[in-house]
Design a binder for this molecule. Structure first.
Ligand SMILES: Nc1ncnc2c1ncn2[C@@H]1O[C@H](COP(=O)(O)OP(=O)(O)OP(=O)(O)O)[C@@H](O)[C@H]1O
Ligand SMILES: [Mg+2]
Ligand SMILES: [Zn+2]
Length: 620
């Protein structure tokens, strides 16, 4: 073999090897897709085979046919008249909402039940009404003392006797409650406790035992039941110990309630609570009265505040709402900025003293303050019916969080808006914060996906997260994607991807790490002329550049790279596992985006210089 042809063969070998690498990646991708489709197929098959499909996630609960479950929607039980009467007379409600009657009848029949219902739909009634219609009392486990106090206040206002035991109960009060638990003439119908009490108070457990033996413990309700599971978003270690309830009181029906739990989280809760065969009722997560919208936040001239204040002063004039922000500092500055623009706003965050917090809450609840600018500390237990808008100044850290936070809008079933301002830099601010959390990064990317992708209905993205099978009819143009479908176009971003990947690759060969900001600026041609000569810069607008980089991150052409110091965490971009696919000439990437004039022709082609000196830092 002469040397010429040896070189040719070597070149061909290199190219074949490169292609093999690409093929291996494609196989890995297809296998991944196959696995996810197979699991979806199994889920769907289970739904078809299971008699009570829509009310039970696969694999859980006792075999109850659809017909049998239907029976629990009737009103011919021995307790039905009393229920109906108390619903009207005591709770002053005219009719049940979806699933409430079924849940109540099942619980009254002594069944263990998990009830998954969106926030604000009325889960509490499903144990409060049975409590009023049963002998003895219902034990309610609640994660927060403030939630407990809200409920006690409400129950007092409708003349239902309820008591609580928590860390701040006085000795006399606790003594009285403990004594009354076994007293047949005791007046209270509900006993609220924190999980810590169950875990730590032997006295409480022994009194419960006595009440149980005397037949006075009629029902156990575990509110926010997802707190049991580490996979849920609000894990509380003391919830782990609640299995003792079902072990000690096997004959008492247990009712677990939550607004956010996937079927895997529920399975985990079932194990932890030692409930052998609960029936699971799941209400649809589709809040049809909420309009979902994403607005882009410009990272240079952040004019989101002007936009928000204009919305509040015009579209939401005299209407109540919440603006969620990222940090305590943001709560204060955004609130001050809005005030300067004439909005009646107050801030709310965890670091305020309790009196100030409850004052803000109270003033807002009574419409003396129009808008609360809050961190997520303004959360559980917020129950104002006429919230017309929930605006996120910064994205939430997961879809579950977003659903919960935005879900505080429109509890009265009237139309309300959920708007999120999506900013490129915010992704990385939150990213460095959640990096230590279990699957924190992955969850954040689902939120980013919700904001970035305009090829699917926003509702469908939410539905997937709650294991719902989505049909597009369910939106009714109540999201910006469905309403403005024609404003989006699909563009080919293959060349853009190659340019960005080249920038990141080049930094890699120079042993340098690039923050998202540096990648953005490098690609936009800002910085040293020397660097500009080595890469292909672009004339795309900053928003377009950010959208493309975000898309490449979501699609796996780029990935995140963290570096930790004792004081802070840095976020860098590195090549993602799909980056090598770009070597394949036939590989293309597309993306749907807002119509802004973006197309492949707007890229400035700058010849690549091959003679760069790898020892020079060029990214500063
Ligand atoms: N059948 C009904 N008709 C009208 N209003 C109802 C009905 N049931 C409950 N509500 C009202 O709905 C509101 C929310 O109820 P509740 O606090 O029980 O919600 P939740 O499902 O527990 O929400 P969260 O997940 O936020 O705790 C309450 O103001 C309650 O009075
Ligand atoms: Mg509740
Ligand atoms: Zn839609």
């Amino acid at each position: 073999m002469d040397s010429d042809s040896a070189e040719d063969v070597q070149a061909e070998l290199d190219s074949v090897e490169a292609e093999l690498e690409v093929v291996a990646l494609q196989i890995a991708e297809l296998l991944e897709k196959q696995a996810s489709l197979t699991s979806k197929k199994k889920q769907l098959l289970c739904r078809l085979e299971e008699p009570c499909d829509s009310t039970q996630p696969s694999g859980s609960g006792p075999a109850m046919t659809k017909q049998e479950l239907l029976r629990y929607e009737n009103d011919d039980f021995s307790w039905s008249t009393e229920l109906e009467q108390n619903l009207k007379d005591v709770f002053q409600l005219s009719k049940f909402r979806a699933l409430q009657l079924k849940a109540i009848n099942l619980s009254m029949s002594g069944k263990d039940l998990f009830l998954v219902m969106p926030t604000g739909r009325g889960k509490s009634l499903c144990y409060q009404l049975p409590a009023v219609c049963s002998e003895g009392f219902t034990l309610v486990v609640t994660p927060l003392v403030s939630l407990m106090e809200d409920q006690l206040m409400y129950l007092k206002s409708i003349d239902v006797e309820a008591v609580s035991l928590n860390a701040s109960s006085s000795k006399e009060h606790a003594k009285m409650v403990l004594a009354e638990m076994t007293d047949a003439k005791a007046p209270f119908k509900l006993l609220y406790v924190t999980p810590e009490k169950i875990a730590k108070s032997k006295l409480l457990m022994s009194r419960l035992e006595k009440a149980y033996n005397a037949g006075r413990l009629s029902r156990i309700a575990v509110d926010e039941v997802h707190c049991c599971s580490q996979w849920g978003h609000d894990f509380r270690p003391d919830y782990k110990l609640l299995g003792i309830l079902k072990r000690q009181f096997p004959k008492v029906p247990l009712l677990g309630l939550t607004a956010t739990a996937t079927s895997s989280v529920l399975k985990d809760c079932q194990k932890i609570l030692c409930v052998p065969e609960p029936i699971t009722l799941t209400a649809s997560f589709n809040r049809t009265n909420l309009y979902y919208e994403v607005r882009l936040k410009d990272s240079i001239s952040d004019d989101s505040i002007s936009d928000i204040s204009a919305l509040i002063k015009e579209r939401y004039k005299d209407q109540s709402g919440i603006v969620y922000v990222f940090s305590q500092k943001d709560a204060e500055t955004v609130s001050a900025d809005l005030q300067k623009k004439g909005v009646n706003a107050s801030s709310y965050h965890a670091n305020m003293n309790p009196e100030d917090k409850s004052q803000v809450h109270r003033k807002w609840a009574t419409n003396k303050i129009q808008v609360v600018v809050a961190t997520v500390a303004f959360g559980m237990g917020i129950d104002k019916a006429d919230v017309r808008f929930v605006i996120h100044h910064t994205i939430s850290k997961s879809i579950e969080n977003y659903y919960q936070e935005s879900g505080r809008a429109g509890r009265d079933d009237k139309p309300a808006d959920c708007i999120v301002y999506f900013g490129f830099n915010d992704i990385f601010r939150i990213s460095t914060m959640v990096v230590m959390e279990n699957v924190g990064q992955q969850k954040l990317l689902t939120m980013v996906d919700y904001c970035q992708n305009v090829d699917r209905c926003r509702r469908s993205v939410i539905a997937v997260h709650f294991d719902e099978v989505w049909d597009d009819e369910g939106c009714n143009e109540m999201c910006d994607v469905c309403r403005h479908g024609n404003d989006y176009i699909t563009v080919d971003i293959t060349q853009h991807a190659k340019d960005v990947v080249q920038i990141v690759e080049l930094a890699g060969t120079l042993d340098e790490k690039l923050t998202p900001l540096k990648v953005t600026e490098a690609w936009m041609g800002k910085g040293p002329a020397k660097r500009r000569k080595m890469i292909q810069t672009t004339t795309l607008s900053r928003l377009e550049v950010e959208a493309i980089i975000t898309s490449l991150l979501l699609q796996g052409y780029l990935s995140e790279d963290f570096s930790f110091t004792p004081y802070t965490t840095y976020f860098y971009l590195k090549l993602g596992r799909k980056a090598p696919l770009l070597k394949n000439q036939s590989h293309s990437i597309t993306m749907k985006m807002r119509r802004t004039g973006l197309d492949a022709n707007t890229v400035t082609k700058v010849p690549v210089m091959a003679d760069h000196n790898p020892n020079t830092l060029i990214w500063e």
